[in-house]
Every structure is written in structure tokens, then in C-alpha cells.
Write a protein that binds this ligand. Sequence first.
Ligand code: CIR
Length: 263
Amino acid sequence: MSFSTHFTHAITRRPAGSIIRGLRAVDTGTPDLALMQEHHAAYIATLRETGATVIELPSLDAYPDSVFVEDTALCLPQGAVVMRPGAPSRLGEAAEMAPHLRALYSQVVAIAGADSFIEGGDILVTEREILVGRSARTNAAGIAELTRLVAPWGHTVREVHTPPGVLHFKTDCSLLDADTILSTKRLSASGCFTGYKVIDVAEGEEAAANTIRFNDLVLMPAGFPKTRDAIATAGFTTREIGNTECAKLDGGMSCLSLRFTPA
Ligand code: CIR
């Protein structure tokens, strides 16, 4: 079973009332908490439908963006790495996640350098390597530290670039199976996926690039029919989840969970 697509567990965190103050590149309106909660519940139900255990953490009002748990850690088969988010308002979220990981994993390490910044949204784990996109949130020191921490576990890190103006590397791509990546053309054009099979997100549907392959399903944001059909035609089973409210905060499917098999 592929460790990059199949998982026994996920961790999520309930959205907080403070979500209305969440970070966003462009203000497209205030997120509606009730609707976000509805979408979040559908997301969790879909993860559970695959047979996984989903641990739902309580909301953290002190951290408006804390529903986006992916950015706080990298979960690998051998252990977990606690991140150092590059957004100052999100730095403390990592320490909030660490004890939950320690309860599940025997090995938990952390990015610790004062100048090291790295967020989980910039990390794409495939069966053969870990790709990390340098971005406004993830710097060279953070990537170097991650590289050192995961080497003893047999993982290699390849530094790539997040397209300019794009929040995270995985805003623009996702892994569908061991060899297949869904990507926007603006990202795949950089050549960073040479050696993989790439499925292009349809023109005008760039916001559909952030999906998650979780066990037998591909969870994707609702409202992108051309990309949904392209994924289905390639043989994957898709589930559309409402994402209008998280999208106002530049968040999507991957941001809402940590996915792993504890070791
Ligand atoms: C932020 O700017 O940090 C949040 N509003 C969105 C985080 C999305 N996370 C992700 O792509 N992994």
C-alpha cells in the first residue's frame, strides 16, 4: 500500500469564530462560519467513509487560521516533523499540534532554527521523494532543516519553487497516486514534475488543483466540472466538497487535515 496516498488516521481542527480574521491574499468577503462548519463536517464524513479514524481537535480562537492544520506538521511513516509556520500569526499553532502527534507517534521532531520557516502546505510527499516549494512562508533554512531531519528516515528532499503570487506549493498541485500529479499548467511548466504523469487542471479552474487522494477517494472542491471529469477519466473516484468559505482564506482540501498512519 502506498504510504503517500493511504492512511489510517487524520487530524482536523474545528474552525474558530475568529476565522473571520483569517489571513488572505485578496479580500473576497468574510467567511461564513456556519457554512464553513457544514463543509468541514462533510469533509470529515468523507474521510471517515474510507475507513479512517479522524481525530477532531477543538477550535482555537487565539489562532484564526488554525482550521488549516496541514501547515503545522509533516507526517511520515517513520515519524512526524513539527513545522515552523512563516506567517507570524500562525507560529504558535505548531506547538498546539505537537502533543497530539506525540500521543500517536513514537518519533516526533521539530524544525527549531530561529531563521527556519516552513509550512506543510509547501510540502508534497510522493512515494519516491519529498518536494518542498520555496514560498513566502517557506525559506531555504527551513528546507535545509527538514532535509536533515528526514534523512535518517530514508527520505530525500527536493527543493522546488511555488509560483509567484501563489500561497503554497500545494495550492497548485496534488498527488493522485504514486506516479500521478494533478497540477496547474503554470506550475507543471516549471518542469518540476519530470518523471511523473501529470494531469492538468482545466484552464480557468486553477482553484481545483488542491485536492487530496485519501485512501480510495480523491476529495476535491465542488464547482470545477472539467477538472473533476479529467480526474474521473483517469480512473479515480472523486468526491466534491464545498470549499467556498475556506477559499476566501486561500485554503483548500489538503490544508484541512494531517493524514498519516501512526508509527
Ligand atoms: C493562510 O494564509 O495561512 C491561511 N489563510 C490559509 C492556509 C492554507 N493552507 C494550506 O494551503 N496548506
